[in-house]
Design a protein around this ligand. Sequence first.
Ligand code: ZN
Length: 479
Amino acid sequence: MITTQWVSDIASPILNISNLSFPKYKTPDTLYHYLQTHYPQVEEQLLQAISIQSDHTYVSIEDIVWESQRSCLQNMTLCRQHRFFPLFEGPSQVGILVDNPFNPIIDTPELANLPAKSIIPFTTTSSQLNQWFHQIHQSNQPYSILDQIMIDAHHSHATDIHFSETLTHIHIQSRIDGLMNPMQSLIKTDAPYLMNQIKVLSHMDLGVTPYPQDGHYHWKAGTTSIECRVSSIPTQFGEDIVFRLMTPDTAIKPLNKLGLSDDLYQAFSQTLLQPNGLILITGPTGSGKTTTLYAALEILRQKKDKTIITLEDPIERNIPGVRQSQINSKSNYTFSSGLKALLRQDPDIIMVGEIRDKETAQMALDAAYTGHLVLSTLHTNSIEMTLHRLASFDIDPFLIGHALRCIVTQNLVPKSCPHCNHSGCSECRFQGVLGRQLQAECLTIPEPIAISDYTEGTRLLFEKGQLTKSKWSNNDPAP
Ligand SMILES: [Zn+2]
C-alpha cells in the first residue's frame, strides 16, 4: 500500500529538502498532483524514481506504440477530465497512459468508464500527456462527434439514440433501461453536417425536402462494432433521427434465462413442440420480442430433422443451422414477397421477423394452417389487441381458430435500484431504477377452435385456451 509518506520519502532527496511533510495532502494522488504542479522541473525525475520503486513504467511519448485497433474506446472529454489515455486492451488487462502514477482510476477503472480489468499504468509528464491529447485531436481519428456519441452509448449500454433538431440545437438523448437520458446538446452551427453525415452513413437519401426514411448504420472502431437500425421523420425544425442499437456479440439468451415465470416458461415451451400453427410474440417497441423469438429458435433448431428458414429485418443474430434471410425493401424483397418465395422451399419451421400488413398476416396463417410451424411478432400491447389487429387485417376467423396456437404478450419494466432502494444514487444515475425485467402473459390454444366471428372468437379463445401470467416475486416492484 503506497502512502503519502512513501511519496514524500521519494521526493525529498530529489527536491533536496529533508523531512518533507505535507499533512494537507491525504492521498498519494493529491500529494503527487501538488508536487507535479509546484515542481515541474523535477517531474520527470520524480516519475522515474517512482517507477524504479514500484511497478509503474515511465515512458516518453515518442516511445509509445498506440494500438488503436486494440484500444478500448473512450470519449476524449472523459480522457482529459480523468487525465488518462487507453493504449491497449487485452482479455484481462488495460494499458493506460497517465501523468499521475496514483490516478484513482488505476484502482477504480469504472470511474472513467474503463472496463473493470486490471490496469497497467504507463506514466509520463503532464506536458507530454497534453501533447499526446493534442496529437490525437489533430489526427481527428477516430473521435468524431458521432464516434463519441456511439462510444458513450456503448459504454452506458444504451438501446437507442435519439437526435432531435430544434431551431438552434441538435439534442441527443440515449435510452438506457427504458428511460431517456440527455447525452449532448450541440449548437447546430457547431455540427452543421451531423444530421447529413448520419443519413449518408445510414444509406438514406439526402433529399431537399425530408421525408420518413429507414436505414441502417454499421459503426466500427477498434474491436467494437455496433449495428444500428436507423429511422428518420421530418419535424418543423428539420428531422428526428433514431438509432436502435443491435449488439451482435451478445449471445442468444436461453429461453429459461429470459426471466419468464416457471408456469409461463412451461406453457410456452410446450407450444414449441407443436408440429404446426402460428406462434405470435407481441409487445411494444423495445419490449424484447426479438430476444424471445431467438430464444425459441434456439430450442427449435435442436430438432435436427427440421428445416428452419427465417425472414428478418435485419438479421440481428446468426443462428448456426438456420437459414436466415434478410429483407430488402429497396429490391422489393419484403416480408410478404419473401414469405411467398420461402414457402416454395417448404421448410418445417418459418420465422417471420414481423407481421406488418394484411398480406403477410394472411400468408403466415395459411402457412401455419397447412402444416408449418410459424413464429412471428406483432406490434400490439395485449392479447386482446392482438386479436383486434388480426381482425383489422380482415383474416377469416376460421383460420384464426384453426391456425393460431399461442400469443405471448410481453414488456420490459424498470426494476427498483438495489443499491439505493429506489431513492436514487450514482449507480442508477439518480433514477431510482436500474435494469429491467420481463413482464409477460401467454395464451396457448392447444386444440383448434371453430370460430365464426371475432367477438365470439375472442371469448372462445380465452375460454378454451390457457392463460398464464408471469408472477412477481416479493422483491420486485409492481409494474
Ligand atoms: Zn440507485
